[in-house]
Design a protein. Structure first.
Length: 240
């Protein structure tokens, strides 16, 4: 388990995948001998929240949802939004670059096109999902928190809650990570011999990293954000 007094460099060395999380918090590389506390103080980051996310990311069995729920909806949503941006601006474009490279190196590009089409469709679905959360779900959760803590927007939130509550979100929140798993399987099984296998292996690694990341992201939405908002909704409904 990662703690406040550990050096950030040691955390990265013990799990290089934590670099994704570190990057999303806006922390630049070159932290030298600095501990988590020192780095977080330097960047004005809540070290407790940062550590919870790092630990949840590093170990699927470490998921203290109760503890994570002690952070504000604002903090949780800010991190989730940053994660969306990293999928849209960095991770998916990088996979596409590798795919284009693979396509160039492939002896018979036609053989590979169906899988690329499958990935293209997945990307559209993923981006629609992220936009739906950014534009509809996250603003609603922030309004619920505001109504809960200050009483502002109470009527507005109650009306919104009747047409679409956080429980509806949980019912509808689809399984975008299992589709990524399917694409990964398709690639492993059916990618034809390519002249540059290095690129292909690299892409498969990126796929599994993204799959793990999206899985973790969805867990925070379903096991931390949604239950926290549902608890607030229950209180608000009594006030109407
Ligand atoms: Fe999301
Ligand atoms: Fe989601």
């Amino acid at each position: 388990m990662f703690t406040h007094n550990m050096k950030l460099a040691e955390i990265v060395q013990s799990d290089y995948n934590t670099l994704n999380v570190i990057n999303r918090f806006g922390i630049k590389l070159g932290f030298g001998e600095k501990t988590v506390s020192t780095v977080c103080a330097h960047y004005g980051i809540n070290a407790g929240f940062f550590l919870e996310i790092l630990n949840a990311y590093h170990d699927p069995n470490y998921f203290p949802q109760k503890h994570l729920q002690s952070f504000s909806v604002g903090e949780i949503v800010e991190y989730l939004r940053k994660t969306h941006r990293s999928y849209i601006d960095e991770e998916i474009p990088f996979i596409e670059q590798l795919m284009n490279q693979m396509l160039k190196d492939c002896n018979n590009p036609q053989e590979i096109r169906p899988i690329l089409k499958f990935f293209g469709d997945y990307k559209t679905e993923l981006f629609n999902h992220l936009t739906w959360e950014d534009d509809k779900i996250f603003p609603y959760t922030l309004d619920v928190e505001e109504a809960f803590t200050t009483g502002n927007k109470l009527q507005e939130v109650i009306v919104a809650m009747h047409s679409y509550s956080m429980s509806d979100f949980l019912d509808e929140h689809d399984d975008i990570e299992s589709k990524l798993y399917d694409i990964n399987t398709l690639f492993i099984k059916y990618v034809p011999p390519v002249s540059n296998q290095v690129v292909c292996v690299r892409m498969l690694k990126e796929f599994s990293l993204l799959q793990k990341d999206i899985n973790n992201h969805a867990r925070i939405e379903e096991k931390v954000l949604a239950p926290k908002v549902i608890e607030m909704e229950k209180v608000l409904i009594q006030k109407q």
